[in-house]
Structure formats: structure tokens, C-alpha cells
Write a protein that binds this ligand. Structure first.
Ligand code: NAD
Length: 715
């Protein structure tokens, strides 16, 4: 037998300890060798029922089991063969069903993260115990990848908690619980303080429960809260749909819809039929090309986070002191992140008072964490002690990483480098947080251009998950590698791109938000402008986000553009921003007035004056509004690929999703390739939009070529 993934050890107490320990990889997953091993183990357990008294499943790795193996599941989804997918999941379900009906106690000793299929394995045990160790995650996050659990996860949680509780607490959010929270949610039955107590606790439970039966296999079983039928059922469906709409802010995503259907329909039938229903709803999702895209982009994201894009052969870099120059909105957030990661930070502004104001941002966040009981006072104090508020260059002495976040003015930035560089460590990595000024030009301000790089954070820094790393013409491979390490140090995803005005993320950001301004100019009601973005599943409402980053910043970007390419190229959307700032003095959220009104920093309603200021109203189909966003961003992504700003399809897709493109599409290039009719269908629709709304919708050559040749955009 292939017992090399699941090690079998029968103890003198008659308990079989099954240890998941995949020799072929660093983590345990539901790959082919595992499925084969599980089948062998279940055969053996059934064949020799008198040879043991109980079973403990545990892991020999840091992770208990990470669930599906994306290397196998990705191509499976891509082939979209309904029968093959159904067989794959039915096989897994059947093994777990046999495991829980051995007539012998099975305990899952969850000594590491158990997600997706990993937790589904544990749910087929009669009892689940986990140690209270930080970092362990327990949950069914499938929905966040655009799929649903397929190894009985929906069927068993519905039978454990009832339909509404299973959906709202476990399935629909895809929450990853800590052991304590998993205990509160009922996903595990007991938590022990240390790993050492885990196996003894499992053994004790087996001794006390020699022949357990799963609740749903007992004659007396009823669904928690009772089965829901008739009028009550319709009411529950309505309530769940309303919760879903609120949670997704109107985005229309198939996975949560199928999840609700599988849970409700499965609750009305017996276990076996419920399992068939679960598989069918999963197969249904798998046949949608967007599902494979979503899985692929999740895989790409994991690769980015595992440093797969980090140039090989360069020693890992961990800074000992960070000089953050400019303590405004961005500098304050960057200082907080590095102090939180345990690095000393010198936060410099033009006066100590200004630097202290920047530091107070960290104080506010740390105090809030203490108040909520998430942090100890000591942790908060230590974090704050790592930040020195400075106005003197001498305070930056010896820093081996500089991140500059002064005003968006190339002259000021270069002057700042000239002043600061001499006091820094001679090998320091020199980074600018500029949102759009080309890095190659800024590097003229330093003596070591090979050490100069863009590190473009997004606002708010402590919430946004990515940092765009921009390579200048002279930036060395080593500096790129060091920048990637510095981004991973604060647990963010590096998106590595080439230089050019606006790089990658600012161009995507502007494509979406300036399209919203075009809609304002077209006289579209502002609520529809925001709503179309939400229904697409985009991360933010464009007018709101324009206010947040400040309209004055957009105004200055337009001024820069006009200085380069002239005022006669001014677009209607740019005209809206210019008038908002110059004519109406509405500079954005911080100024208390933008596309929205604000009072005491709180958002009120959209500015009622908007419809009088712009227009006249034009009747535009809602689907056109939705498509205008998707196409503008997708076209910009394709242009960035064509220009070499992004080098790989994976970077283009992952970066676009992190930059706000709907995650359910798997990224902007996947959106083009999976559009109805493929790239040629996309081109046809783009040309239609160009005819009605302007030339900005004309597709670039990379897309037209793919359409003509019947290939894909990107790889
Ligand atoms: P901000 O106006 O909030 O802060 C800039 C700070 O720099 C101010 O506190 C100012 O006093 C300080 N400063 C000016 N000259 C200085 C000098 N010579 N030495 C030290 N400090 C000096 O601006 P911000 O929004 O934090 O933006 C900073 C940079 O980050 C800009 O390059 C901007 O383009 C970029 N950026 C901004 C955002 C955003 O959403 N606002 C996002 C990404 C990148």
C-alpha cells in the first residue's frame, strides 16, 4: 500500500495514529498521492475492525492540511469536464463517508491549519481538538476562490449548525477561524493549551466514546432549528439573499448563490442526496470559465507571496532601521507597518511637530488594538518606542532602508535625496513612494541609482494588501530582490513592474476613476455611477475613492499630464476634476467636500450640486456603465502588457485584482480571454463602446492580434 502520505502507527493502547505527512511537498494537500493513501487507509480500517479501538488523524507538518491542491484542481477546473469533476469529488465524499461509519471513534487532532478539504476531512471525524496556537487557521474559504466545498463541507456544516447558521457563520464569508474562535463557532469540539496535550486528549476521548455515531446518522436526528419548509423557507431564503446582497454590496457572484442553494436544498433531503446536490452545484460553478480563472489567480497570488518572483541568488534582506521621509498620510502608515514588524523607524518631516503628528497615527491604531483586547499594552508601547519622530537628518543616520513620501513634486524629492543620502548606511536601499513620477528620472537625484527603486504603497497603508515595486532603468537585480523582501516583511504582496508614468497600479486606478468622471460629464446620476462599480464586484466606489485620495492629487496629475502633452488633449472626465477643484473648491474628503459632502470627517450624501454642475442628463443603459469600467481597466491592462510595464500574465492579473478589478474574473487579462466569444468578442464590444463613448475604448494591438489569430492575450 502507498502509506507514504498517511503514516499508520498502531499503539499498544489499540489506537491507530494516522499522520498526514506528504513526502513530496512542504505542506499537506488533497493531491493524488493523498487520495490514494486515504483510500488505502480506509480499506485497511474496514478490513481489520477488530484490530484497533479508535483512530486519531493528525499531521507531521506545520499545516494539518491546506485542502485542494491547486496544481491539480486548476487544470481540472480548466478542462471543465462535468463528469470528471463530479467523479473527483464523489470519490472524496465516499471515502469520508466510510471513515465516519467505521463504528470506531475517529478524532481529528488538528495540530496546524486546516482549510477547505483539510477541514472537511476533520468534519468527517467524530471529534475535533485543536491546540490554542497562534497562526492556526480553521475554515472553509472556498467561496472566496469562487467555488464551494466539495467533500461534504456544506452537507456536514448544515447538519451541525442548521442552514442559516452554517451559511452566515461559516460558509458565506469563508472565515478562517483561530482555534478559540473555531471552538466558539462549533467547528471544533475542544481546544487544549499546548500541542503536547493534543494526543492525550484525543486518546481520552476515544476511551470514553468507544462507538460514536455521527449526529446525522442517528435515528433521532433533526436539523438544528428543525427542518425549514413552506412559508418559513421562503422567508429564510429572502433573508439570506438580503444578507448576501448587503455583504457583496450588490455584486452578482455565482459561488455564494450556489452555496445558498446547495445548503437549502441539501437540508430538505437525506445525507446521500444532499451530497449529490453539493457536487452538482460545484460542477455547475466549474463549468463557468471564470471559476478556473479565479482559482488560477489565487494560485498566482500565492506564488507572488511565496517570493517566486524574487530574483534568485540574492541574500535575503531585513532592514535594521528604516528612514521614512515625509510623515503625511502615507509616511505615517508606512512607519506604522515597519514598527509593527519590529524594525526601528526614524520618521522625518519638516518639523518635529509634523513628524509627531505622523507618529500619532501609529498611536491611534495601537490604542485601538489595546482597547479591543487584541494587543497588550506592552506590545503597543514597544511599537511606539520603535518610532522616532525627527526633523533632523542626523536622526536618520545608519538607516539601511529609506522610503521617501514627501509631496508629489520631483524637484522636492530630488532635493530631499541629496540632503538625506549622505547620512544613510552606504548600502541602503533607496525607495520612493511616488504614485506616478517615473523612477528612472528620480534616480538622477541619488549617487547610487542602482539602489534606487519605486515602492508604491496604497492608501490606507495598514489596510491595503499590496505594494507595487517599480524597477527604474538602472535599478539592480539585487535592489529588486531587497525591495521584495521588504514588502514581504510587512506581509504584503509585491507587484513587480517596469517604469513609466503611472507605472501599473496608478494607471489602472485612473482608468476606473476617470471613467467615473466621464460618466459625471455624461450627466449620469452619481448613485448609478457608484452602483455600477459595486455591481461589477469592484473593490471600491470610484467617486468615493477619488475623494479619499483627494481631488487635488488628481488635479496635479492632470496638470503634469498637460505640461507633457498639452491642454488640447483634455478629456471630459479631466474637465470634471478640474472644475470640482478650481471652480467649486471641492478638494476631497480631507477638505470636507468632494463628490460627497462630509461633516466632522464623516461622509454624508453625494453632493446634491453635482447634477446642476454637470450634465445635461443622458440616458445610458446600466449595462453600458458596468462595461465601461470593466473595459477601460482591461484595455489599460492590455496596454501595460503591450508596453512591457507588466512582464507576465500572472502579474497583470494579480495586480489588477489587488488594484480593484473584480476578483471573480480572475483578473483583467482573464476577463478579456474569457469574454463571451473570447478576445474577438471582447474586441467587438470594445469597438461598440468606442463608437458610442469615445476612442479610449479602442483595443490595443495585443488584443486585436489575439482576436485575429484566435489566441489569448498574454500567455
Ligand atoms: P501628504 O501631503 O499627506 O504628506 C507629505 C508630507 O511630506 C507632509 O507631511 C510634508 O510636511 C512632508 N514634507 C514635505 N517636504 C518635506 C521635506 N523636505 N522633508 C520631510 N518631509 C517633507 O502626502 P501623501 O498623501 O502622504 O503622499 C506622499 C507621497 O506618497 C506622494 O509622493 C504621493 O504621490 C504618494 N502616494 C500617495 C497616495 C495617496 O493615496 N495619497 C498613494 C500612494 C502614493
Amino acid at each position: 500500500m502507498t502509506d507514504n502520505v498517511i503514516n499508520w502507527a498502531l499503539g499498544s493502547d489499540g489506537i491507530v495514529v494516522l499522520t498526514l505527512d506528504d513526502p513530496s511537498q512542504s505542506t499537506n494537500t488533497w493531491n493524488t498521492p493523498f487520495r490514494q493513501s486515504l483510500a488505502d487507509v480506509v480499506d485497511r480500517l474496514e478490513a481489520d475492525r477488530d484490530g484497533y479501538v479508535g483512530v486519531i488523524i493528525t499531521s507531521g507538518k506545520e499545516v494539518f492540511s491546506a485542502g485542494a491542491d491547486l496544481k491539480e484542481i486548476g487544470p481540472l477546473m480548466d478542462r471543465a469536464d462535468a463528469a470528471e469533476i463530479a467523479t473527483f469529488f464523489d470519490h472524496a465524499k465516499a471515502l469520508l463517508r466510510r471513515l465516519e461509519r467505521l463504528g470506531k471513534p475517529v478524532v481529528a487532532a488538528i495540530n496546524g491549519t486546516a482549510l477547505g478539504g483539510g477541514l472537511e476531512l476533520a468534519l468527517a471525524a467524530h471529534h475535533r481538538i485543536a491546540p490554542d496556537r497562534p497562526g492556526i487557521q480553521i475554515g472553509l474559504p472556498e467561496v472566496t476562490l469562487g467555488v464551494i466545498p466539495g467533500a461534504g463541507g456544506v452537507v456536514r456544516t448544515v447538519r451541525m449548525f442548521g442552514v442559516a447558521a452554517a451559511l452566515t457563520n461559516v460558509l458565506l464569508n469563508g472565515t478562517k477561524f483561530s482555534p478559540r474562535k473555531a471552538l466558539a463557532a462549533g467547528l471544533v469540539d475542544a481546544v487544549v493549551d499546548t500541542d503536547a496535550e493534543l494526543l492525550p486528549a484525543a486518546r481520552a476521548w476515544i476511551t470514553a466514546n468507544p462507538a460514536p455515531v455521527q449526529p446525522w446518522d442517528r435515528k433521532s436526528y433533526t436539523l438544528p432549528g428543525g427542518p425549514v419548509t413552506g412559508a418559513e423557507l421562503s422567508q429564510q431564503v429572502l433573508a439570506l439573499s438580503a444578507t448576501l446582497r448587503k455583504q457583496l454590496k450588490g455584486a452578482d457572484l455565482p459561488a455564494p448563490r450556489n452555496l445558498i442553494a446547495a445548503a437549502i436544498e441539501g437540508s430538505l433531503v437525506d445525507f446521500a442526496a444532499a451530497e449529490t446536490i453539493e457536487t452538482r452545484y460545484l460542477v455547475n460553478l466549474s463549468l463557468n470559465p471564470l471559476t478556473a480563472n479565479g482559482v488560477q489567480s489565487f494560485f498566482d497570488l500565492q506564488k507572488a507571496n511565496r517570493n517566486d518572483y524574487r530574483p534568485a541568488g540574492v541574500a535575503p534582506f531585513r532592514p535594521t532601521k528604516v528612514a521614512v521621509v515625509g510623515a503625511g498620510m502615507m509616511g505615517a502608515g508606512i512607519a506604522y507597518e515597519y514598527a509593527k514588524a519590529g524594525v526601528a523607524v526614524a520618521l522625518k518631516d519638516i518639523s518635529v511637530e509634523a513628524a509627531e503628528r505622523g507618529k500619532s497615527y501609529s498611536r491611534t491604531l495601537a490604542e485601538a488594538a489595546v482597547a479591543k483586547g487584541r494587543w497588550t499594552r506592552q506590545r503597543a508601547d514597544e511599537l511606539l518606542n520603535r518610532i522616532t519622530a525627527a526633523a533632523d537628518d542626523a536622526d536618520l543616520a545608519g538607516a539601511d532602508l529609506m522610503i521617501e513620501a514627501v509631496f508629489e513634486d520631483p524637484g522636492l524629492k530630488k532635493k530631499t535625496y541629496a540632503q538625506v543620502e549622505p547620512v544613510l548606511d552606504a548600502t541602503a536601499l533607496l525607495a520612493s513612494n511616488t504614485s506616478q513620477i517615473p523612477i528612472t528620472g528620480l534616480a538622477e537625484g541619488v549617487t547610487r541609482p542602482e539602489a534606487f527603486i519605486g515602492m508604491h504603497f496604497s492608501s490606507p497603508v495598514d489596510k491595503m494588501p499590496m505594494v507595487e515595486v517599480v524597477k527604474g532603468a538602472l535599478t539592480s537585480r539585487e535592489s529588486v530582490s531587497r525591495a521584495v523582501d521588504v514588502v514581504r516583511l510587512i506581509n504584503k504582496t509585491p507587484i513587480v513592474v517596469n517604469d513609466g508614468r503611472g507605472f501599473y497600479l496608478t494607471r489602472l486606478f485612473m482608468a476606473a476613476t476617470f471613467e467615473a468622471c466621464e460618466m459625471v460629464a455624461d450627466g449620469v446620476p452619481a448613485t448609478s455611477i457608484e452602483q455600477a462599480a459595486l455591481q461589477n464586484g469592484m473593490l471600491t466606489q470610484p467617486l468615493l475613492v477619488l475623494d479619499q485620495v483627494s481631488l487635488s492629487l488628481s488635479r496635479s496629475i492632470i496638470a503634469d499630464r498637460e505640461a507633457e502633452t498639452g491642454t488640447d488633449k483634455r478629456t471630459a472626465g479631466e474637465g470634471v476634476i478640474i472644475r470640482m477643484v478650481d471652480q467649486f473648491g471641492r478638494l476631497g474628503r480631507a477638505a470636507g467636500a468632494g463628490f460627497y459632502d462630509y461633516a466632522d470627517g464623516k461622509r454624508l450624501t453625494l453632493w446634491p450640486g453635482l447634477s446642476d454642475a454637470f450634465g445635461p442628463a443622458r440616458d445610458i443603459p446600466f449595462q453600458d456603465l458596468r462595461d465601461r469600467y470593466l473595459f477601460r481597466v482591461a484595455l489599460e491592462v492590455a496596454a501595460c502588457l503591450q508596453e512591457g510595464i507588466v512582464e507576465t500574465t500572472a502579474t497583470a492579473n494579480v495586480g489588477s485584482v489587488m488594484g480593484g478589478f473584480p476578483a471573480g474574473t480572475g483578473g483583467a487579462l482573464s476577463f478579456i480571454n474569457s469574454y463571451d466569444g473570447g478576445p474577438s468578442g471582447f474586441v467587438a464590444r470594445a469597438r461598440e463602446l468606442a463608437q458610442t463613448y469615445g476612442e479610449r475604448f479602442l483595443p490595443p494591438a495585443v488584443v486585436v492580434d489575439a482576436a485575429t489569430n484566435g489566441t489569448r492575450v498574454g500567455h
